[in-house]
Design a protein around this ligand. Sequence first.
Ligand SMILES: [Zn+2]
Ligand SMILES: [Zn+2]
Length: 167
Amino acid sequence: MIRNCKFCGNQFHNFGKSKFCCLTCRILGQCDLDASGCLLWSGATRGGKYGVITVDGKARDAHRVAWAEFIGRVPLGMYVCHSCDVPRCCNPNHLFVGTPQDNTDDALRKGRHGMTGKKHSLDTRRVLADRLRANPAMNNPPEKRKQQSEMMKARWRDDPQWKYRGA
Ligand SMILES: [Zn+2]
Ligand SMILES: [Zn+2]
């Protein structure tokens, strides 16, 4: 079936129920530009804050997908942070890539980090670590875990399209 993209108007072959011809149109077509230039995601959200978009059958953070779509791949383990401090915003000009530490620093500076508790004592941390070790998911032998992480890395390296890792 041939449809007109709801955002750009181009005709496209539609095999599913999508109203948009491509991911770019899916993102832009579901955002509203506000007075401060933020592109506010109008679709589903996570906790009413971060936009959620389904790509390849997986729910992803809309702002991370926007970064990947308009700027480039999000480096493994990195965060896409908001300079405008609006979680729903998908304007690539308002986004920057930072380390998890940057993200925490940024959040702390802006006073919206949930974790304001004191650091756990060493004893408590040991107990927590033991609890983690007791988790069945952690019980894969080290070789297996290594193998899994190598597989992930190879996939990342070999497939430039596979850019939503961790989004
Ligand atoms: Zn389109
Ligand atoms: Zn913004």
